[in-house]
Design a protein around this ligand. Structure first.
Ligand SMILES: Nc1ncnc2c1ncn2[C@@H]1O[C@H](COP(=O)(O)OP(=O)(O)O)[C@@H](O)[C@H]1O
Ligand SMILES: [Mg+2]
Length: 417
């Protein structure tokens, strides 16, 4: 169970919604504030201008409220698999072909995110998520299947990721949660880095803005996918160095210069990646006021320890039980420190982060076997930084990522206050 100090969402004024017709999703005249309005020849993303255009520009299913009520057995409280800042996420079942609701336990398992009805900001986030996830396709991004907007009910339907979010695996101390091994942690870091690198690539050019462990989901094989695109933003236009935004995100993860100025860059995501890397190494939350004085902020506490080879072990998760190669821990510590550089220009790009983590795996493979193993580390989620077209979503795409499963869902993650 998460402490209420662990992740506090930075609140900001909601942008105006004049002219939005949230009742029927019809095409609106008004350009949505807070959403992409960039038309870029190099970007693979279409940049719809209105709510209606966004909903029409994807191949997502438009579910009725009744269909989703049936699929989730009337949004049964015991099928809640997560709580986020803007609502609850339920487990449900639909037919793989027709996408009609099915009997629980049969067909395709889905995650149904129902946004709090009173949340105005929620509407913008609902649309933003449809805009980005509806168009993007990558093995390290969660697949959005559909949406629903009826009266004030705003819902998103995703593939269900059996192992839930990374925060539950790292921070839960319940006896039934097995600690993640070092190798699994490094694979997760690499998968998540690939997801971010894909977003940052020239052809996608998106800043994720809310990179944190509760937004990293794990499938049955512990492959990681990024979810929750409600705060994502197009990268800066032309020669601009940053996007000016209202400050949104989560304390403990947001880059200091972004909090200070509202200037958002891809390097803000890199900083957040550094925080998550520290959480992965240490099994400690970015912020936790239940820790002793001086240790509340993970970055402030861990950074001085990580620069000293002898002290790195003090940062490492005791649940690893010393089962990690210290040379690797040192390299990951050095990478985290680079990502957390106060000055953006000293932070690596996400492509560089991916390369560093891949090299780590390569050297690990060499050490383990004495000979270099295949370049594909049993992870089919290798990102392709060249072929942008293949990341577009197509009509015929199978939604059967996880298939049906009997796994117990992860329970609620911390509610952002
Ligand atoms: N596709 C999914 N499969 C399994 N669990 C999910 C899925 N999507 C969300 N969850 C769970 O619900 C939590 C909140 O979801 P998220 O999309 O981050 O919502 P919010 O926008 O409210 O933060 C996640 O941390 C995770 O535990
Ligand atoms: Mg979230």
């Amino acid at each position: 169970m998460g402490s209420c100090f662990s992740a506090i969402r930075i609140k900001a004024e909601s942008p105006p919604r004049d002219g939005l017709n949230s009742k029927n999703g019809s095409i609106e005249e008004k350009v949505l504030s807070g959403l992409s309005s960039k038309v870029s020849s190099r970007s693979m993303l279409i940049s719809p201008q209105t709510e209606g255009e966004i909903l029409l520009s994807t191949n997502l299913k438009n579910f009725s409220f009744i269909e989703l009520r049936t699929a989730t057995r009337n949004f049964r409280p015991d099928s809640v698999v997560g709580e986020g800042g803007f609502g609850s996420v339920f487990k449900g079942w639909i037919d793989e072909q027709t996408l009609e609701p099915t009997k629980p336990g049969t067909g395709l398992v889905i995650a149904v995110k129902r946004l709090n009805q009173e949340s105005t900001q929620g509407h913008i986030e609902w649309l933003t998520e449809i805009n980005y996830l509806g168009q993007l396709d990558h093995p390290n991004l969660v697949k959005l299947i559909g949406h629903s907007l009826e009266d004030d009910h705003r819902i998103l339907v995703y593939e269900f990721l059996t192992k839930g979010s990374l925060d539950n695996h790292l921070f839960r101390r319940a006896s039934y949660v097995r600690p993640l091994s070092w190798d699994v942690r490094m694979n997760i870091a690499l998968d998540a880095a690939k997801g971010l690198a894909f977003l940052h690539s020239e052809e996608v050019d998106v800043i994720y803005r809310d990179f944190k462990t509760s937004n990293i989901l794990l499938d049955s094989n512990y492959h990681a996918k990024l979810s929750d695109f409600g705060l994502a933003k197009d990268g800066p236009e032309g020669d601009k160095s940053h996007v000016s935004t209202r400050i949104m995100g989560t304390f403990g993860y947001a880059a200091p210069e972004y909090i200070a100025t509202g200037h958002l860059t891809k390097k803000s995501d890199v900083y957040s990646f550094g925080v998550v890397l520290l959480e992965i190494m240490s099994g400690k939350r970015a912020l936790d006021k239940n820790r002793p004085t001086g240790e509340h902020n993970l970055v402030d506490w861990a950074k001085p320890l990580l620069v000293s080879k002898r002290k790195i072990s003090q940062v490492m998760d005791s649940r690893l039980d010393g089962q990690y190669p210290s040379r690797e821990a040192m390299k990951v510590a050095a990478l985290a420190i680079k990502c957390l550089s106060a000055e953006q220009k000293f932070r690596p790009t996400m492509d560089e982060v991916v390369r560093s983590l891949e090299q780590l795996k390569d050297s690990e493979d060499i050490t383990a076997s004495g000979v270099e193993k295949s370049q594909d580390h049993g992870n089919s989620s290798r990102s392709n930084r060249n072929g942008s077209k293949q990341h577009r979503r197509s009509n015929n795409e199978s939604l059967n990522g996880e298939g049906s499963t009997n796994q117990t869902p992860s329970s609620a993650s911390p509610i952002h206050t």
